[in-house]
Design a protein around this ligand. Structure first.
Ligand code: ZN
Length: 568
């Protein structure tokens, strides 16, 4: 049979089923492969992966932008539950061939290590289980994507409550907070049902692959070669010990500034330093244009890349009915471009979110220079280092005339961001601790036991907040954390990366230009070096201990004190 002709663009696979795609992989499985044909064979395989994964990404993007459209849903499901699980098997077949031939190219060392791991843990019996879990993931996205809040006689998408959550009027922000939380409280049983089955599937997948529990499986599946379960537990403890007290101090300062007896959960989003909510932009085109100016100031090359994204319409930023919640950046490998999805509602957090996602985009642009697809995405610890560092590297330019804010608003936005970094670290630690509990504790098949465990873990990591009488709402927080449903254990990476990003920020306080240069050198390496070396290239250390974290938290608190001083 002649080799099937590869489509020019991913559009050629947009309507494909696995039957259409499989022959391309079979062809590579049968093609002659030895050291003389290896480079051409790898290039063909990489191009095929680029086209197929881009078609899958475009289907996912279309669906998350419009979860109510059943055609888009069907296309996304075709990729996520039919094509991608079978693709994994085809990839493992080709990986085995490549590992058999080997390569002494230094820039393929990490690729080979990841392939060996994928081969080790692959089991055919898991293919239908992965497919079923993907179907449940889509169900979760549909439940959350179609949620609306009852607000002032209307039903509005949840992100549109963000400005009201920040209202200086405590009664307004309390009712907005209750309205935003209520849909999750109401959907608790349905979501717990989805999760029951997800949890069972994941535990079976781990057992099938020969692991005693799902946590060990996930460390292998995510190729966490450079740190262990014990390191993550140490990091949780470091955060509790060092960040917990800093959060308590930050919240005490917030409480005093707001003049309250006690802080309730709806007192967290309001800016205690401004009498009226700060609106950094009027619409998404202003959000885009101002961001482009900020990136120009950070580095003209990065600014140029962001302007390319605006010109090529690779940003979907506004909140609309039917749009899935959250924000993400995905890479379209065949065309060498990233895509950003978010739900902007006109609040300062949207600025941070776009800075974050743009960091992922710059990483995608930089690593696209690597010829093979497997050399580009280095794993979440590095991906989030790129994004979280950008939030901090952009900070000096947030004030007008370059950025969004009048000077005092820029200062208070900065304070909010630093406070949020501390609170997020504790949240991350609690989500990681909770997931370990869920996949190792014998009672975790019981929805009430899970909720009780969540509440207990939150007590450890949420100081300074009065949650009395709000147990259901506090419980609902984990159902809102989509990673727990869609990307299990994709979470501690945010803390690992935040500790890296705070070091990038520390370096930038001494020398902004050199910190940006190191940041770009790190991104250009893509996935070609092991994690500790990637961090080194960015000028930072991969760290789990309380010592370095303590120094960084002290710097954050020092900066916060200085900023508060400026606001008087
Ligand atoms: Zn991210």
């Amino acid at each position: 049979m002649p080799s099937p002709l590869l489509p020019e663009t991913s559009a050629g696979f947009a309507a494909a089923t696995w039957d259409i795609i499989a022959p391309f992989y079979r062809d590579l499985a049968d093609a002659p492969l030895d050291p003389t044909t290896r480079e051409a064979w790898l290039a063909r395989w990489s191009r095929l992966d680029e086209l197929v994964t881009e078609a899958a990404s475009l289907a996912m993007i279309a669906y998350t932008c419009d979860t109510a459209d059943t055609t888009k849903e069907a296309a996304h499901l075709r990729f996520s539950t039919e094509i991608l699980p079978q693709l994994e098997e085809a990839e493992v077949t080709l990986a085995k061939r490549f590992v058999g031939v080997g390569s002494d190219r230094a820039d393929l060392e990490t690729t080979l290590a990841r392939f060996r791991m994928a081969i080790d843990i692959f089991r055919e019996a898991n293919v239908p289980l992965v497919a079923e879990a993907e179907g449940l993931a889509a169900k979760y996205q549909q439940v959350t994507g179609t949620m609306t809040a009852a607000w002032r006689g209307e039903h509005v998408p949840l992100p549109q409550l963000s400005p009201f959550l920040k209202s200086p009027d405590r009664a307004v922000r309390e009712s907005a907070w209750r309205a935003a939380t209520a849909p999750y409280v109401a959907a608790r049983d349905e979501m717990a049902g989805i999760f029951d089955r997800m949890r069972e599937l994941r535990i079976t997948i781990a057992h099938n692959a020969g692991f005693t529990d799902y946590v060990d499986y996930i460390f292998a599946a995510k190729c966490r070669f450079d740190y262990t379960r014990a390191d993550c537990e140490q990091l949780q403890n470091s955060i509790q010990a060092v960040v917990g007290p800093a959060i308590a101090r930050a919240l005490e300062s917030r409480r005093q500034r707001l003049g309250l007896d006690r802080l309730r959960p709806w007192d967290l989003a309001v800016d205690p330093w401004r009498t009226a909510p700060v609106a950094p932009f009027r619409d998404v085109s202003e959000l885009q244009d101002t961001s482009a100016r900020i990136f120009d100031a950070v580095d003209p090359v990065l600014g140029g890349q962001f302007r390319t994204m605006i010109a090529e319409e690779l940003l979907d930023l506004d909140s609309r009915p039917g749009k899935a919640p959250g924000g993400y950046c995905d890479t379209l490998h065949a065309r060498g471009r990233p895509f950003v999805f978010m739900n902007a509602a006109g609040v300062p957090e949207d600025v941070n979110t776009l800075m974050h996602e743009a960091g992922h985009c710059f990483h995608a642009f930089a690593s696209d220079e690597r010829p093979l697809i497997w050399q580009r995405h280095p794993g979440a610890e590095s991906a989030e280092l790129a994004s979280m560092s950008m939030e901090l590297l952009a900070a000096p330019y947030l004030a007008a005339p370059v950025g969004f804010y009048a000077e005092p608003d820029a200062i208070s936005a900065r304070l909010e961001h630093l406070e949020d970094i501390l609170i997020s670290l504790a949240h991350i630690a609690s989500v990681d601790a909770f997931q370990v509990w869920v996949y190792t504790h014998p009672d975790s098949g019981d929805a009430s036991a899970r909720d009780a465990a969540w509440l207990q873990i939150r007590e450890r990591f949420e100081p300074g907040m009065d949650w009395s009488g709000l147990e259901e709402e506090r419980t609902a927080r984990w159902y809102r954390q989509l990673h727990i449903f869609l990307y299990p254990f994709y979470y501690i990476e945010y803390a690992i990366a935040q500790i890296g990003a705070l070091q990038v920020w520390r370096n930038a306080r001494r020398d902004q230009l050199e910190a940006v240069a190191a940041y770009r050198r790190f991104m250009a390496l893509g996935a070609t070096r092991p994690l500790p070396e990637l961090y080194q290239a960015a000028g930072v250390e991969l760290s789990f201990d309380a010592g370095l974290l303590g120094e960084l938290v002290a710097l954050v608190e020092e900066e916060m004190a200085e900023l508060r001083g400026k606001l008087g």
